[in-house]
Design a protein around this ligand. Structure first.
Ligand SMILES: Cc1cc2nc3c(=O)[nH]c(=O)nc-3n(C[C@H](O)[C@H](O)[C@H](O)COP(=O)(O)OP(=O)(O)OC[C@H]3O[C@@H](n4cnc5c(N)ncnc54)[C@H](O)[C@@H]3O)c2cc1C
Length: 390
C-alpha cells in the first residue's frame, strides 16, 4: 500500500497521520480538511479559549511538523465525492488517488426546527468560537439552548465573566444522555449556586432578536443565544458513495467499512461496543485518538486487533472536572459512594464510573473496566472500592 488519503483534518484525522508515520508507514499521506486552520483541539473552545482567545495554543502540531513528517496537508479543501471504483476522492476539479481511504469527517451542530434559530450562535469550530468570543465582549446576558457538556461549559465561563446566564434544557435533567441522575443533580445545584438560571423540561420554542421564548411561554431576554443541542455526524459523503450509514458511518470492530479500502473513525463512525456488541458512536477526543491508532496499526502491520479501549470523557465546568470512565445508558442503575463517586451498573455489571475532581478514582475505574466484567455483588463486597478489583 503506497497512498493513504485521510478526509477530515481534525483531532482524529491528524492522529491517524501521526500514528501512520509512528508505525513506520513510508508511503504518501494526504490529509484533507475543509477548515482553513491547521488541525486544532476543540475542547478548549468551550473552556479556556473563550477567555484567552489564543488560537495558536489550540494547534495540535506546528506547520513544520507536516513538512518534517512528509504529510501533505490541504486545508480549506472540502472533499465532495468518493469514487470507489477508481479509488479517488474529488474536491472540485482536484482529485486524490488512494490505496486506502480514512474518513474522519466528524460532526456538525444539530439544528432543531426552532423558529428564529438563525439568531443563535454555534460552538463547533474555531471560527464559531471566535465569533462567540467577539459577541461576548459586548454582551451582558446569554441564553444557552441545551444543558449538555458544551452548553454547561459555556454557561460556567459566561457566568464567571459576570454575565446573566440562562440554560434551557428540554429533558428533565442536565447531561441526561451522559451521566447519572445523581450527577445531574449535583451539577444543577452547582450551576444554580453560581447564579445561572436553569430551566428543565422547558425547551426553547423560538429565538427572537431579543432573546428566546420557552415552551411554557416565558420570555427571556438575552444579548447572546448559543445553540448547544447536540450534533449530527457528517456522513453524506460516505452515504453518497454507497457506504452503510446508520447514525454514523458503519464500521466493524476493526473500524473498517464494508469496503475494505475504506476505514472510518472518530465522531462520524458507528462501531460495535466491545462490551455489548451493540452499535455505538462516541464523541470524544479519546475515541478519535484511539480509533486512529488502531487503524494505523492495522494498515501498517496488517495485524487485525479489534478496537476495545475503555471509553472515557471529561468536562470542565467552573472549578469542577467531571470525568467518566466507561459507558452507561441513561437508565443504568447507580450507586453513589460517600466520597461522591457514582458507580453505574447495567445488567448487574459495572458499566461506568463518574467522578468530580478525583483523578485517582477515575484511573482506578478505567483499570477496573478494562478487565473482565465486574458484578454488582463483587463491588458491594468490597464496599465499592475500585482499587480492590483484580
Ligand atoms: C466546543 C467543544 C468542546 C469539546 N469538549 C470536549 C471535551 O472536553 N472532551 C472530549 O473528549 N471531547 C470534547 N469535544 C469533542 C471532541 O472535540 C471531538 O470528539 C473530536 O474532535 C472528534 O474528532 P474527529 O476527528 O472525529 O472530528 P473533528 O475533530 O470534528 O474533525 C472533523 C473534521 O473533518 C472536516 N470535514 C468534514 N467533512 C469534510 C469533507 N468532506 N472534506 C474535508 N474535510 C471535512 C471538518 O471540517 C472537521 O474539521 C468537544 C467538542 C467541541 C465542539
Amino acid at each position: 500500500m503506497d497512498r493513504i488519503v485521510i478526509v477530515g483534518a481534525g483531532q482524529g484525522g491528524l492522529q491517524a497521520a501521526i500514528s501512520l508515520r509512528a508505525e513506520g508507514f513510508e508511503g504518501s499521506i494526504v490529509l484533507i480538511g475543509a477548515e482553513q486552520h491547521l488541525p486544532y483541539q476543540r475542547p478548549p473552545l468551550s473552556k479556556a479559549f473563550l477567555k484567552d482567545g489564543e488560537a495558536r495554543k489550540l494547534q495540535i502540531r506546528p506547520a513544520t511538523f507536516f513538512e518534517r513528517k512528509d504529510i501533505t496537508l490541504h486545508t480549506g479543501v472540502e472533499v465532495e465525492r468518493i469514487d470507489r471504483t477508481d479509488r479517488v476522492v474529488w474536491a472540485g476539479k482536484e482529485s486524490f488517488a488512494y490505496d486506502h481511504l480514512i474518513l474522519a469527517t466528524g460532526t456538525r451542530n444539530l439544528r432543531p426546527p426552532i423558529p428564529g434559530l438563525h439568531h443563535a450562535l454555534d460552538l463547533r469550530t474555531l471560527n464559531d468560537a471566535q465569533a462567540l468570543r467577539q459577541a461576548l465582549t459586548a454582551a451582558r446576558s446569554s441564553v444557552v439552548i441545551g444543558g449538555g457538556f458544551i452548553g454547561l461549559e459555556f454557561a460556567a465561563v459566561a457566568r464567571s465573566m459576570g454575565h446573566d446566564v440562562c440554560v434551557a434544557e428540554a429533558a428533565s435533567r442536565l447531561m441526561s444522555r451522559a451521566v447519572s441522575p445523581e450527577m445531574s443533580a449535583r451539577f444543577l445545584a452547582k450551576h444554580r449556586d453560581a447564579g445561572t438560571v436553569v430551566h428543565l423540561d422547558n425547551p426553547v420554542h423560538s429565538v427572537t432578536g431579543e432573546g428566546v421564548v420557552l415552551a411554557d411561554g416565558s420570555q427571556i431576554s438575552a444579548d447572546t443565544v448559543l445553540l448547544a443541542a447536540g450534533v449530527v455526524p457528517n456522513t453524506e459523503l460516505a452515504a453518497a458513495a454507497g457506504l452503510l450509514v446508520d447514525n454514523g458511518i458503519v464500521v466493524n470492530e476493526y473500524l473498517l467499512t464494508h469496503d475494505d479500502s475504506i476505514s472510518a473513525m472518530g465522531d462520524c463512525a458507528v462501531f460495535p461496543n466491545p462490551v455489548t456488541g451493540l452499535p455505538i458512536r462516541l464523541e470524544s477526543v479519546q475515541a478519535a485518538t484511539d480509533h486512529a491508532k488502531t487503524i494505523a496499526a492495522r494498515l501498517v502491520s496488517s495485524t487485525h486487533t479489534a478496537y476495545a479501549a475503555v471509553p472515557w470523557f471529561w468536562s470542565d465546568q467552573s472549578d469542577w472536572k467531571l470525568q467518566i470512565a466507561g459507558l452507561a445508558a441513561s437508565d443504568d442503575d447507580s450507586v453513589m459512594r460517600e466520597d461522591g463517586a457514582v458507580l453505574r451498573f447495567a445488567n448487574n455489571h459495572l458499566s461506568a464510573v463518574e467522578t468530580i475532581n478525583d483523578a485517582r478514582t477515575h484511573l482506578q475505574a478505567r483499570k477496573a473496566l478494562a478487565g473482565a466484567l465486574v458484578s454488582r455483588e463483587q463491588m458491594a463486597a468490597v464496599n465499592y472500592d475500585l482499587a480492590a478489583v483484580k
